[in-house]
Design a protein around this ligand. Structure first.
Ligand code: PRP
Ligand code: URA
Length: 209
């Protein structure tokens, strides 16, 4: 799977370990998700195109690189992906934000779409899909399907924790996208939750149950 980057930076791993802890409360959990999104986004956006622009420094004039072309679209998969948006906007404040609303059927674990709205001219943007959890992969595959159906061509998917099953499914369904994973966990349990994982990301971010 050469379209997959599994990150191993110690700062990132430390924060993911704190996220996993059952004693980490809602406020701290939210803060950590945002910080992790910054660390991961920094790496995932390392190939943003730049162009040299003219700048006058206090010393002299120069040509110096700035981000070029159409801007980024960050697209959270609701609900839990919302927790990662502000981290990406810290890096690229001008990014547009789309939303893809999906929930997993509790019995079949299949994704169900309930709301989708993308920024205009998505085909000319880099679409960065964010969702903390890649479990069976059903939600991620559906989200990328939707973006492609609406003209998206340059797509990146970023998750904090992935299960091997879901990562394989996404990479095979969409070999043309780049996938960034904060940590690759062991497997899924009988309820399609990631082990060891961190539980239900949406519930932990929003304090629901
Ligand atoms: C979680 C998570 C992903 C999905 C991953 O969302 O945020 O979107 O599950 O599971 P999958 O890879 O098996 O599809 P959930 O459906 O629980 O919705 P929520 O964020 O609204 O709680
Ligand atoms: N969704 C979550 O929030 N957690 C999991 O472990 C699997 C799917």
């Amino acid at each position: 799977m050469n379209n997959v980057v599994i990150m191993d930076h110690p700062l990132l791993q430390h924060k993911i370990s704190m996220l996993r802890d059952i004693n980490t409360g809602t406020n701290e959990f939210r803060q950590l998700v945002e910080e992790i999104a910054v660390l991961m986004g920094y790496e995932a956006l390392r190939d943003l195109p730049t162009e040299n622009v003219h700048v006058t420094t206090p010393i002299e004039e120069c040509m110096t690189p700035m981000i070029s072309g159409k801007k980024l679209a960050v697209i959270p998969v609701l609900r839990a992906g919302l927790g990662m948006v502000s981290g990406i906007l810290t890096l690229v404040p001008s990014a547009k934000v789309g939303h893809i609303g999906l929930y997993r059927d509790p019995e079949t674990h299949a994704p169900h779409e309930y709301y989708c709205k993308l920024p205009e001219s998505i085909g000319e943007r880099i679409a960065l899909v964010v969702d903390p959890m890649l479990a069976t992969g059903g939600s991620a595959v559906s989200a990328v399907d939707f973006i492609k159906q609406h003209g998206g061509r340059t797509i990146k998917f970023m998750c904090i924790i992935a299960a091997p099953e879901g990562l394989k499914k996404l990479a095979e369904a969409h070999p043309d996208i780049q996938i960034y994973v904060g940590h690759l966990d062991r497997c899924l349990n009988e309820n399609a939750y990631i082990m060891p994982g961190l539980g239900d990301a949406g519930d932990r971010i929003f304090g629901t149950k």
